[in-house]
Design a protein around this ligand. Structure first.
Ligand code: V47
Length: 381
């Protein structure tokens, strides 16, 4: 009885916020339109938007909240794209430019052999003159030191560049990279697909349509990939929604996206340093709207590096089901002024999840369960 009263109360409340029609669609499992997405972004009631996102989050992932024990490696920041929103990429002659040798990368992996790392997340800039063989050696070198690790490496932008270096189509290039040790692709480089935004912020970067084509080719060749959206700079709500819709349509076709990660723009040390950082409400709304629009994505990550562990914890009730991972050495966001730590312990991730009332599930890259930390969940409740 009490429960029914509670749900009638919530239904009336959501109707009062003007989101009643979206509530009906969510309950019926119907796909939301771009107009619905706009209404959600424009709503000033974050609790109502979050409630709706949480319905979908719990329908897909129950009470689980995932994390992974991973290590980030950024092999080089030398980049020819030099996007306006990026503080990481540098021209080759810049004082802060760097490029790791294969031996250095292997050392980084070796130094952490005692830790239960299951994934190495590796991305870099679009380097003007590293040969294709460097990337092959990079993958082989990591697998030599840590044969069981899953290598999630090279954004779709890097893959297109590597295909150019290798002189073969993207699919064939991916097969060669798989032979050398590549297991899956991270979601970076998507930014905002809109041509208007790309022209103004990253004119030299792979166009949005081609980013999607590389991701879909990867899916067709049996790779799983992630997807991101860099929000909070000069894009409109409509452009965010077009981006989400393009991902949703691509996922309908190939089904290979594992997770979506909204990336909060950090302005410091970038050419867009005059812009403000994102707010907590916008961060939560992006997670919630993504959860509601991307009905065919199993996972939405609240990447603690970008929005901070405290907000990421709250996001677990606003549509997110994953905090990403231990990370170990984050460079891209920290170059742009992130004040979060460079790494987080798995015990901290477990505590954050358990205190949020969720069950901490330690996972592999492909979301196979390594351990359910349900005793932590009991202690917290
Ligand atoms: O591609 C660049 C973005 C991305 C800034 O796949 C910036 O699981 C904020 O893609 N402020 C790299 N963001 C990070 C990334 C990622 C991170 C965690 C997990 C996964 C995954 C992917 O960071 C870049 C770019 O889109 N970025 N500059 C900046 N100033």
């Amino acid at each position: 009885m009490i429960q029914t009263g509670f749900f009638i109360g919530v239904k009336n409340y959501i109707e009062e916020t003007g989101l009643g029609d979206i509530h009906q669609k969510v309950l019926a499992g119907e796909r939301l339109s771009l107009a619905d997405g706009l209404k959600l972004y424009q709503s000033s009631d974050i609790l109502a938007v979050g409630w709706l996102a949480n319905l979908v989050r719990e329908r897909i992932n129950g009470n689980n909240a995932y994390f992974i024990y991973n290590q980030h490696i950024n092999y080089s920041n030398i980049c020819t794209n030099l996007c306006k929103f990026c503080a990481f990429g540098r021209p080759k002659d810049d004082d802060l430019a760097y490029e790791m040798s294969i031996a250095e990368v292997k050392d980084k992996v070796r130094q952490r052999l005692a830790e239960p790392i299951v994934e190495i997340h590796m991305v870099g800039g679009i380097h003007p003159d590293l040969p294709f063989s460097y990337y092959i050696e990079l993958l082989r070198g990591i697998k030599e030191v840590r044969p069981e690790v899953h290598i999630q490496a090279f954004t779709c932008v890097e893959i297109a560049h590597l295909a150019g270096l290798c002189g073969k189509p993207v699919g064939k290039t991916l097969e060669i990279l798989r032979e050398a040790g590549l297991d899956s692709l991270p979601g970076g480089g998507a930014e905002v697909f809109s041509n208007r935004i790309r022209e103004r912020t990253c004119g030299d970067k792979l166009p949005g349509k081609e980013w999607l084509a590389v991701a879909q080719t990867a899916h067709r060749h049996g790779f799983r990939t992630n997807a991101t959206m860099l929000y909070g700079h000069i894009e409109t709500f409509e452009e965010r929604l077009e981006h989400l819709d393009a991902l949703r349509l691509a996922q309908d076709e190939t089904g290979g996206f594992l997770a979506f990660i909204p990336l909060a723009f950090h302005p410091k040390n970038t050419e867009l340093a005059m812009l403000s950082s994102t707010t907590g409400i916008d961060d939560l709304k992006n997670i919630a709207v993504a959860r509601l629009m991307l009905d065919n994505f199993a996972h939405i990550k609240a990447y603690w590096v970008m929005i901070g562990p405290k907000l990421a914890q709250i996001a677990l009730s606003f549509g997110a089901d994953d905090l990403d991972g231990t990370v170990k050495e984050e460079v891209i966001t920290h170059m742009a002024g992130a004040e979060t730590a460079q790494a987080i312990g798995s015990e901290t991730l477990i505590k954050l999840i358990a205190e949020a009332g969720r069950v901490p599930v330690e996972r592999t890259t492909l979301y196979d369960v390594i351990e359910v930390h349900d005793s932590a969940a009991r202690v917290a409740s």
